[in-house]
Design a binder for this molecule. Structure first.
Ligand code: FEO
Ligand code: CA
Ligand code: CA
Ligand code: CA
Length: 601
């Protein structure tokens, strides 16, 4: 195989792209095209995108803004279902300054409807053609601020979930801050409600408000002026923020299904959740709480999956037990000096345990009810000695090996003056570049309560950071990588990592990287693509059997303004050159495909 070729999917890694460059870069021999862009029509009655005359009504019928978790579930050779999270909005580059200042009602209304989720049917002429959306297809759906969700599990209906919008505490409206996610073995989508706190104004004084970052401040988007439930200072809406911070499960196959929020999986700033079935049939979900010094969690279902019984498997995440991770290093503490330099045994590693917060579905935390443990999970985990991590983002089990990978994106507060000093599993003071942990459950059982761990990567540009570490693979033969965020696997068991934050750390645009996990090249990092200026790389979806790679390009041009855009991605590049008029960057789902596929053979 040529340099950069492993398994079935060969490519020559691209060179890193300097951070001011507004380009989407793929390897030689590949091309790319947008599948869906912000504002694209989804339904027969969707208005065409009209940048200068946006309305809430139009946005509700169009593809939403910032695209994060993405999956493409193939249902036949020429049909598929696309699922996307719309995490948040960048009003500064969505609207002209005069509308931002003079038309707040329009700005807030559009922003509200640009959040949520999308399900869209795709089609293609044949396996070598790029996918295109089917406008008006039966499964197409937008999940909006007024979409009803059902709570499941032990906290459903509890006092803590009762509000003016839900007298019985059994339902919620909408989902916000949806970051990463996962597709379950039974074909549903899990979506993590992450930075929900930014949507609410609260008293900001209680222990729980403080622990969840809820404050008595005008919110950035000012939705409390649109809908009083976003102002939780009043008694009637006091519990409204408790309706967010959950794992949401969506059935993309049933357009009439009610999406669910699973209380048994706990409430925190959920990055996402990825499920694997243990050998004994229990569904096990791995989950990160993306905050500096927050925790890594695992959920084990009470019931076992039944092969072929989808209706039963749809209930698996409704009941089960929640655990939080505690890591121990195997090197003397003196060898962990915060520099990130390897200890004398040549690697960062050790053992760990999963500490239960609930058992048999009930609280095991003294003084906290089951509902309190599930709604205020961070406070429960604080009590049991969980390990404070460097912002755990995507956590994903490798479907081929069962080993679990944790992307710790960064934590510049780590250190003696911060909330916690460096330790073996978070070995850098002022951790700018992040790291990736590999966990092996004891006995190879996903339901084990003990594990061993090692650091697969201590990220960075080796030319800038001498402690960058790639499992012993030569540092001069890897692509520089910083701020790992989303994870995916290809069919060969290689890990793919997308990044969020490289421009401000190593000075390169964010991108997508393949990491070899097994064999003599373990730790080799190869950059596959680079996203435009100011953008974060999300998704990713790897269909290596077809040599297709998909990413969602989130917040291109985020640091610019409407009048002085940093990016006009993708319209200035694909599918056709831009005409005259006013344009803005558009978060988009992108397909990368081999060049030959674009040409008739
Ligand atoms: Fe929305 Fe943790 O990134
Ligand atoms: Ca993320
Ligand atoms: Ca993932
Ligand atoms: Ca991130």
């Amino acid at each position: 195989a040529a340099v950069g070729e492993t398994g079935a999917f060969g490519f020559t890694p691209i060179a890193p792209v300097p951070h001011m460059v507004d380009e989407f870069t793929v390897p030689e021999g590949f091309d790319w095209t947008p599948i869906l862009r912000w504002g694209d029509p989804l339904f027969a009655d969707s208005p065409a995108f009209d940048l200068l005359n946006q309305t809430a009504e139009a946005q509700a019928r169009q593809f939403g803004y910032n695209v994060d978790y993405t999956d493409i579930i193939r249902t036949s050779a020429t049909t598929a279902i696309l699922f996307v999270n719309h995490e948040y909005t960048n009003e500064n580059i969505m609207f002209p300054a005069e509308q931002l200042a003079g038309d707040p009602e329009r700005v807030r209304g559009v922003g509200l409807k640009a959040h949520g989720l999308s399900v869209v049917e795709l089609t293609r002429a044949d396996e070598t053609s790029p996918w295109t959306p089917i406008v008006g297809a039966p499964l197409n759906r937008r999940f909006l601020d007024d979409t009803p969700y059902a709570f499941t599990g032990p906290a459903a209906g509890s006092e803590l979930l009762r509000t003016a919008t839900s007298a019985d505490g059994l339902t919620a409206r909408g989902t916000f801050g949806n970051c990463a996610g996962g597709t379950t073995p039974w074909g549903t989508i899990l979506s993590g409600e992450e930075n929900f706190n930014g949507y609410f104004r609260t008293p900001g004084t209680s222990e729980t408000d403080l622990r969840y970052g809820l404050a008595d401040e005008e919110t950035v988007r000012g939705w409390e002026a649109l809908d009083p439930r976003f102002d939780a200072r009043s008694t009637e809406h006091a519990n409204e923020p408790n309706h967010f911070g959950w794992i949401v499960e969506v059935d993309p196959m049933d357009p009439n299904s009610t999406p669910r929020k699973h209380t048994a999986m706990g409430r925190f700033k959920h990055e996402g959740a990825n499920v694997i079935l243990a050998a004994d049939g229990h569904a096990v979900a791995y989950m990160g709480d993306d905050e500096r010094f927050d925790y890594l969690y695992k959920f084990v279902s009470r019931d076992r999956a039944i092969d072929g019984d989808r209706a039963h498997n749809l209930t698996l995440l409704e009941n089960g037990d929640l655990y939080v991770a505690q890591f121990s290093g195997d090197s003397p503490a003196a060898e962990i000096d915060g520099s990130g330099a390897l200890p004398a045994d040549g690697g960062f590693g050790g053992t760990g345990r999963w500490i239960p917060l609930t058992q048999n579905g009930e609280s095991v935390i003294d003084g906290m009810s089951t509902a309190e443990v599930l709604v205020y999970t961070r406070l429960a985990a604080d009590r049991v000695g969980a390990t404070k991590m460097d912002r755990p983002e995507d956590v994903e089990p490798n479907p081929l090996t069962g080993r679990v990978y944790v992307a710790c994106t960064n934590n510049t507060d780590r250190g003696p003056d911060g909330k916690a000093p460096a330790d073996e599993v978070n070995p850098r003071t002022e951790n700018r570049d992040g790291h990736v942990i590999e966990i092996t459950e004891d006995g190879g059982s996903q339901t084990a309560t003990t594990f061993t761990w090692t650091l697969l990567l201590v990220a960075g540009d080796p030319a800038q950071n001498g402690t960058s570490y790639f499992s012993g693979f030569p540092a001069d033969q890897v692509s520089p990588i910083s701020c790992p965020d989303n994870l995916a696997f290809d069919s060969q068991g290689n890990l793919w990592i997308s990044t969020d934050g490289q421009p401000s750390t190593i000075g390169y645009n964010d991108g997508l990287f393949r990491v070899t996990l097994d064999g003599p090249e373990r730790g080799k990092v190869e950059q596959f693509l680079s996203v435009p200026r100011d953008a974060e790389t999300c998704g990713p979806v790897i269909h290596d059997d077809e040599r297709h790679v998909f990413v969602s390009v989130q917040h291109p041009g985020e640091e610019g303004t409407f009048e002085a855009p940093n990016s006009l991605f993708p319209d200035a590049m694909k599918p056709a050159p831009l005409g005259g008029g006013v344009h803005a960057p558009r978060p988009s789902v992108i397909q990368v495909f081999p060049l030959a596929a674009a040409e008739p053979s």
